[in-house]
Each structure stands twice: as C-alpha cells, then as structure tokens.
Design a protein around this ligand. Structure first.
Ligand code: GLU
Length: 519
C-alpha cells in the first residue's frame, strides 16, 4: 500500500441509528477524501459485545447510502451493489453485506486474532502487561482513591507483584486476564491537531489503559490503533470527545514503532442552550430528519456547516455536495462547539424546496400526503377521483405551499381547507367596517367574476387579473370576504391561489355558501 495516498475512515460503533454528530464526522471524512483524491473507508467498530444491536450495522450503511456518501472500502449492502470489481468477499458477521477492499475484514469483531497477536507483542516488548485483578479489587481500589480525592488509576499491582512464573502459571490455569498498556511516567505527549493546533497531555494523568479485555475482545483503543495502521489511515478525523484518547493512541503507535497519523478533532455539537447535543432537546438521528421530509441535499448542506464554512467574508450558505467537496478544508473547521439550530436547517430545506420542479415536489410530498390520507376525510366526490386527478390537485397545492414550506411532513397542515369542507363564523367574512349590504354585494361580485371565467381559462393569472380588475382600488373589500369564503381561515394564501387550487366548481360552491349566510 502506498502510504502517500490519503486514506481516511469512518469508524462507527453501530447503535441502530446515525447520530448527527457521527454523520458530520462521516461527511467531513468523505469531503476530505474526495477533495484530496484519497480513499474513504468504513470500519465497523463492533467489539463491545454488550452494546451489540442486531441490524444496526446494516442500518448505518443504509443511511450512508441514502445520504449519498459513497465509500471505497469496507462492508457494502448487497442490495446497493451493482458492479464493483475490486477484491470482495462475503462478510461473516453481516450476511447482507459484502466486503470490498484489500484491508479486510472491516468489521472489528472479525479481527480479534489480529488484536491478540499485537497485544501479546506489546507484552513481549515490555510495553504492556497482564493484569489478573478481579473486579472487586479494582472497585475497592477506585473507591479508596475517590475518598482520597485522587483520580482513579490502576495501581500496577500485577506489574509490581507478579513474577514471570506467576504470570505463566495463571495463564496456564486460564485465569481471567486483561492486558494493560504501561504508560510511561511524567512525560508530555505533544501533537499537532489539524483543527485544535498544538495539544499536550501529561502521562501522569493517564491510566494504564486496558487493551485486551478478559472476554478476549480488544478495547476501542487497541483495535482502533492497530486497524488505523494496518488499513494505512493517514488522517484520523473524528469527534472532539476522542481527544483525551489520542495520547494513549500515540503511545501505542510509539510502542509498536509505527508512524503516527495526522489527527483532526471536530468541535462538539451543541444544543441552542450550548449544552452537549442531546436527544432530550430534539431529534439527533439523521433518520429522524429524513423521516420528517427534509431533503438529503439540505441535510448534507446543513450538517457540513456545523462547525465549518468556506472562510471569512463568505456569505454563501447553500452548497451542493460537489461544491462542498471543492471548498472543504480541515483548516477552516472551527474550534468552538457548533450549535445545532433547527431553524437554520428549516431555512436551508426551504431554499431547496423552492428549487424543486412540480414533479419533484409531488414525488417528495406524496408519501406524506398518503400518510395523512387527506382525501379520505373529505367528501365522496374526491374519494372517487382517479390517482391522476388527485396528483394534479396535489401539484397545485404544492405550487402554492412551496414558498413557505419548510419540510415535507408539513404539507397540507397549514391549509387543511384544501382537503375538507369548511365551517366558520359568518362575521369572519366582514372586511373592517363594511356594512351587511356591502359585504353581500362584494361576495356576489366575486361570484359573477368567477362564474365568467371559463373552466379552460381557470389559471392563476386569469383569476388574479379578473378579480383585481373587479376590485379596482378597493382590494380589501372584495378580496377579504372571498378569501375567507374559500378558506374559512383568518390567514391563508391569496384568494387567487386558493380559488385556482380548489377549482371552479368548489370555489363557486363555497362562495354560494357564504352568500347564503348573509341573505
Ligand atoms: N468507534 C468510535 C466511534 O464510534 C470511533 C472513534 C474514532 O474515530 O476513532 O466514534
């Protein structure tokens, strides 16, 4: 493998959904790799058996694909593979997937033998040691340290008290053992983070990290370093919560005699009150946003800007994925936490919605319309409409709503009068201080104007033109009662738009009902 080639990885521990923070990590890795012409791989970090969730890894790959983030190596869902010609093999742990790439297996649970080998090498070289301490002893030790207000640290009992023969004997008896990294004393571990700049840690604050657990599985730290090395990772781009782990990783690279990759730690995601982004304050899964009808382009755009922008002075806020690839730079990622502002996502999504064609709008909105079953609750006439008639009607609703629509889950919500019979107080029809007679006359004028527009002339422009002509300079007098007659609402789109969507027959029926109320 050519070490010069840029190689980055997204290394999730699948939980069943894609946290927005993890998704941003994946996106930045993807953008960085694409921009540099490097490789982007996915590694499934599934060694924590207690946290294994069936189906979670597949769900994660599914979400990555749905969002259009392609990767070059790793596990791929069989259903999404067309004709990849690289090295590929059946995945043992994830039968619905196939592995592509020469560094597999890409699921850590299939690599335990590798970690064992490297952990033993560290023991042999004196960088790590066996620990046979039982949980009870470790707990007691920690409690004591806590009481003495000391940071919890392993006291190196096994390192100082066990002779080689004792260790061999215990291993022979298959006593449960862990392997711990021997952290050097009082040393500064200094590294240059691409985002945070110079970072330094003193090793006295670092516990002798467990590398291999007694269940035979590695801890995150060992597996992560071994794999990043064996998979030729050149840049480790990950969340800031992993920053305190980095000195341990650097010590591991050193112990193995391996080149240390470049690190870039991404800022935390925050709730608007600047606490760490949490489920309690809203949805944190990418899948939740897809389900609510946010467009994938908008989510990508929004997430890319959580902690990054193309530079001072740039006012551009809408970026396609190609533009993001072109403009993305790790050096421009911010150090400070990034606030997850749903209003910004709504705004960006609204911008993308406005750019959609009528057909695209319809296709995105249809699943939500179907869920809401709007036509079912209306009267029989609409129940008998053909699918095509319904779709034509929905297209008009969308053409009107698209200026204000922020997400597809909201379709029709603001304008239910398009889908149901309406009822309202007759007083609502009155514009300011118009008299009963003036109000009646106004409604009758609208009735005449609308009646005179032929069915095949029923366009938004024609309706607007004819009504404005009839209103002259007294727009409110004519348009308020008509708008209310059509919608039964205090607020709605314009009477022209409402009449256009409702169609001639339905509009005239509603106007006639309003007239009846005042006759
Ligand atoms: N498995 C870790 C996670 O879920 C990966 C951290 C890293 O990228 O090193 O975030």
């Amino acid at each position: 493998m050519n070490k010069k080639n840029i190689r980055v990885r997204f290394a999730p521990s699948p939980t069943g959904y894609m946290h927005i923070g993890n998704f941003r990590t994946a996106l930045y890795n993807f953008l960085f790799a694409k921009k540099q012409g490097g490789s982007f791989l996915i590694r499934i970090e599934d060694t924590d058996q207690a946290r294994f969730v069936p189906g979670a890894a597949e769900q994660l790959l599914q979400s990555m694909s749905a969002m259009g983030l392609e990767w070059d190596e790793g596990n791929f869902l069989k259903s999404s593979l067309a004709n990849a010609d690289s090295i590929r093999s059946e995945s043992k742990t994830y039968p619905n997937t196939i592995e592509i790439g020469s560094c597999g297996p890409y699921a850590q649970s299939e690599r335990t033998e590798i970690y064992k080998k490297y952990a033993q090498q560290l023991v042999k070289d004196g960088h790590a040691y066996y620990c046979f301490c039982e949980p009870e002893r470790l707990n007691e030790m920690r409690e004591k340290q806590q009481k003495e207000k000391k940071a919890p640290m392993y006291d190196r009992y096994c390192l100082t008290n066990l002779a080689t023969e004792d260790i061999n004997e215990k291993l022979k008896q298959a006593c449960p053992a862990t392997i711990r990294l021997k952290i050097p004393k009082n040393e500064s571990i200094v590294f240059e983070d691409e985002i945070r700049g110079k970072v330094s840690f003193n090793t006295d604050n670092i516990d002798d990290q467990v590398l291999m657990k007694s269940d035979g599985f590695p801890t995150y730290h060992l597996a992560n370093v071994v794999d990043d090395h064996l998979m030729g990772i050149t840049h480790v781009i990950r969340g800031e919560d992993w920053l305190p782990s980095t000195p341990k990783h650097i010590l591991l690279y050193r112990a193995f005699g391996w080149e240390v990759p470049i690190f870039a730690h991404l800022p935390l995601l925050l709730n608007p009150d600047r606490t760490k982004l949490s489920k309690r304050q809203g949805d944190v899964a990418v899948e939740d946003y897809i389900a609510k009808g946010y467009l994938k382009e908008a989510i990508l755009n929004f997430v890319a800007m959580l902690g990054w922008n193309p530079g001072e002075g740039s006012v551009q806020e809408i970026f396609s994925l190609e533009e993001l690839v072109e403009k993305f730079e790790l050096a421009k990622v911010h150090k400070a936490g990034a606030v997850f502002d749903i209003k910004k996502l709504d705004w960006i999504n609204g911008q993308y919605i406005k750019k959609l064609s009528d057909e695209e709008l319809l296709q995105n909105a249809l699943p939500f319309f179907k869920q809401k079953d709007f036509f079912k609750t209306w009267n029989m006439e609409h129940e008998t409409w053909s699918m095509q008639e319904k779709e034509e009607y929905l297209k008009k609703v969308l053409a009107v709503e698209k200026q204000r629509l922020l997400k597809f889950a909201d379709v029709g919500e603001e304008n239910k009068f398009f889908f149901q019979d309406i009822s309202y107080e007759k007083e609502m029809l009155r514009w300011k201080t118009t008299t009963d007679a003036e109000l009646l006359l106004s409604l009758k004028t609208s009735q005449t104007v609308l009646t005179e527009i032929a069915e095949d002339q029923w366009t938004l422009e024609k309706i607007e033109e004819k009504l404005l002509e009839a209103a002259g300079d007294k727009r409110g007098d004519l348009l308020w009662p008509l708008r209310t007659a059509l919608t039964g609402e205090q607020k709605s789109p314009s009477p022209f738009e409402c009449a256009w969507v409702l169609g001639k027959t339905q509009s005239l029926e509603r106007v006639a009902k309003a007239i009846e109320m005042w006759q």
